[in-house]
Design a protein around this ligand. Sequence first.
Ligand SMILES: [Zn+2]
Ligand SMILES: [Zn+2]
Length: 370
Amino acid sequence: MDETFDPEMDDLLEVEQKKQELLSNSFFTGMRVVFLGTASQKPSSIRNVSAIALQLEKQTWLFDCGEGTSKQIVLSPHASFSKLNKIFITHMHGDHVYGLPTVILTSRGRLADKRSGETLSVYGPPGVRSFVNSALFYTHTSIGKSIDIKELLTQKSIKSPLTDQQKKNDIQPDSNGVYTLFSDASFTVKAKYINHTVPCFGYVIEEAPGKPNVDVEKAKALGLEAPNVLFKELKAGNSVTLSNGTVIKPEDILIPAPRPRKIVILGDTNNPYSLTDIAQGADLVIHEATLPNEFENIAHYRGHSSPRMAGLFAKAIGAKKLAITHFGGAYANELEAVETVLLNQAKEAFQSNEVIAARDFLAVDIPKPC
Ligand SMILES: [Zn+2]
Ligand SMILES: [Zn+2]
């Protein structure tokens, strides 16, 4: 590839810059889910294959990456390449991974030069490393060391002796089968094995607990002007005594931290109940609903779900909202039927109207808890 001049990539830089402006100007809750592909197995005229972007304040994450995902990112006003720093793969079926090499190349190409050289992390089942490395190697593509691939080791791969690379890079589950991918000042991402026809994961993304804030008016009324060195003590949970003898307890002036938000993104599945413990109380659960209730037996046999199954799982984990996606058969070509028939089937099982039927480019903001 000629690295000296690439007019097309320069166009992309312009598009990306406009998206960043849009993001900073528009109302943004800090967590926005963008559906980039909502068809099962193959693209239809109105839906691409699986991919979901999670747009955060300072980063973009991608969950699955079917063929054509790069173009979907370019077309979506809500998903951005320039902040893409993490990709999570649920399972290695082609409709969830064939777009990976292109997304990696586009993200790590000239766009990366404009950034700090930050690493792109890819998490996924065993095989994802070989898949990406082979695709890049056989297409004579060099992206340097800007990508870090971490495999979630399954029982089968753990039994065999681990290679040095596995020991260094990869992630093993704890005794409850929970994989903690990372936990930083902003988010914790965990995963658990869910049932499909091949090794498959469901991901749980949770905000880090916030810190309580000082109610400046209340503080002032008690004789504490802002800013004040004593705020630190109170935030740490300690009472303070003023020179006039007044004792102020943390609960007198602190506003509790908002509840951390949680999103659950499942891969293809006919049984994700292993995830019930870590998925509890999710603000949003994204669950496949490949075939309608009438074909539930076939869906189940093929490792998939019906809207009813999705609704029951959302209810079991006490989710606040459910989004169904990954529509197969005739429904891959439908908007109206999906958004009436399948939507109602899911609502009935969930016993809630808080259900969305995904369509390509739909953006869903996760509201900040009060
Ligand atoms: Zn699929
Ligand atoms: Zn699959």
